[in-house]
Design a binder for this molecule. Structure first.
Ligand SMILES: Nc1ncnc2c1ncn2[C@@H]1O[C@H](COP(=O)(O)OP(=O)(O)OP(=O)(O)O)[C@@H](O)[C@H]1O
Length: 221
């Protein structure tokens, strides 16, 4: 379990997260919902360890393998990589940067491509992909990382029903495998599928703070 206590993040004088406390459990998908600017990405960044909180603590991260999938708009159009190469980069976290992929890694890449239904576009340059294709490639890369904490920033926003279904199925499978999964989303339908929903309003958490005690609860966005 990962336990966030009284987490505060400031950017300069602006408070992005204000004393947020919550817990995140294995085998559970937790949806983070809230308006633009409410702090969802900031909380994901703090959980991913790429942002140092101003105060408060996050316990349970030590020794955990984190797979973080940013909003797909954060990935440059000019990446000189094919989809297969992008997905293969997921193995680097396990092997070290720029190491050759082992046969095991290569198999994990092919399995991830199949699970996201993008084998047919594996040789395409990432910059030529549609939004939905790019999102699936990014998630495939995260699968290769075999993270036990999977963090996803708006993985289904703007995607068609088929792409959303593929992605939601993979998210559920990763939780069933035992991962802690946290998904920031604006899609209320996707939030409703989650085992747990946390709502952020202007950096503060609404509703019960210990999601594992209260189980599934729904709150307005
Ligand atoms: N690097 C930064 N510097 C200054 N302010 C920032 C920075 N990143 C985020 N913020 C501010 O922190 C607050 C929370 O932003 P955050 O990106 O976490 O929200 P969000 O809920 O993910 O929004 P969205 O739904 O638009 O992705 C916002 O007011 C935002 O403007």
């Amino acid at each position: 379990m990962i336990v966030v206590s009284e987490l505060t993040v400031r950017y300069g004088t602006a408070v992005a997260l204000n004393r947020v406390s919550a817990s995140f459990t294995e085998r559970t998908v937790t949806a983070l919902i809230g308006h633009n600017g409410s702090g969802k990405s900031t909380l994901l960044h703090a959980l991913a360890g790429i942002l140092r909180p101003t105060s408060g603590s996050i316990d349970g991260l030590r020794g955990r393998r984190v797979a973080y999938v940013p909003q797909r708009t954060a990935v440059g159009d000019n990446l000189p990589l094919t989809v297969r190469e992008l997905v293969g980069m997921g193995a680097w976290q396990r092997r070290g940067l720029f190491r050759r992929l082992t046969p095991d890694d290569r198999q994990a890449v092919e399995v991830a491509l199949t699970r996201l239904d993008i084998t047919d576009i594996a040789a395409r340059q990432v910059g030529t992909l549609s939004g939905g294709q790019r999102q699936r490639a990014l998630l495939a890369q995260a699968l290769v990382q075999r993270g036990d904490l999977l963090l996803l920033d708006e993985p289904t926003t703007g995607l068609d029903a088929q792409a959303r279904a593929v992605i939601n199925d993979v998210i559920d499978e990763e939780a069933a495998r035992g991962a802690i999964v946290v998904v920031a989303t604006h899609e209320l339908l996707d939030a409703e599928r989650a085992g747990c929903t946390l709502t952020l309003t202007a950096g503060s958490l609404q509703g019960p703070t210990d999601a594992t005690v209260s189980g599934k609860f729904s709150v307005s966005a």
